[in-house]
Write a protein that binds this ligand. Sequence first.
Ligand SMILES: Cc1cc2nc3c(=O)[nH]c(=O)nc-3n(C[C@H](O)[C@H](O)[C@H](O)COP(=O)(O)O)c2cc1C
Length: 181
Amino acid sequence: MKIIAFGASNSTKSINKSLATFASSLIAGADVEILDLNDFELPLFSEDKEAEIGQPQAAKGFFEKIRSADGVIVSFAEHNGSYTATYKNLFDWVSRIDQKVYQDKPVVFLATSPGAGGASSVLSGAKASAPFFGVDLQDTVSVPNFYDVFDAQRGVISEPEIVDQLQAAMGALASKAGDAK
Ligand SMILES: Cc1cc2nc3c(=O)[nH]c(=O)nc-3n(C[C@H](O)[C@H](O)[C@H](O)COP(=O)(O)O)c2cc1C
């Protein structure tokens, strides 16, 4: 079973990438590929730029990564209540290849932030729009106060209640991704 996981951030210290990586480790026996959005750098989307350069290789490459997956884990960073500019830009480019960016794959949406909100604002936006973009959403989990609940040395969430939520979400994802195979 092939799982693609990434943090929707271009921070080299992304806590969402750490969360997506930890969550993916809860799926026993999966072939997991962690993406780094810095590997999909794109010019700022505009219809003028699109007319000029067409569909860039990085957008096609990202679409291809999703196509190759049986299941996808996205952990959203929240910037001013919404997506990071990097994710939104990539998403806009890829949506011009196919509006069904997630290609009807089973998906889990996560989100975390250092604060008590747990990036729940971006998560609810992503959840609300999921049906428009080919997301077969299995579950969502928001993790507040990331630095209080993450053991950076071991790369694990140390709060049992959150691990339980993540485990349930990964179980649902693995079960659906397994069916699709
Ligand atoms: C421009 C900017 C805006 C931010 N806005 C929010 C916000 O609206 N809500 C929030 O919980 N955290 C906000 N933060 C803090 C982020 O949650 C924090 O930087 C987090 O590490 C981002 O996730 P990442 O490490 O995966 O990139 C903001 C950070 C930046 C740089």
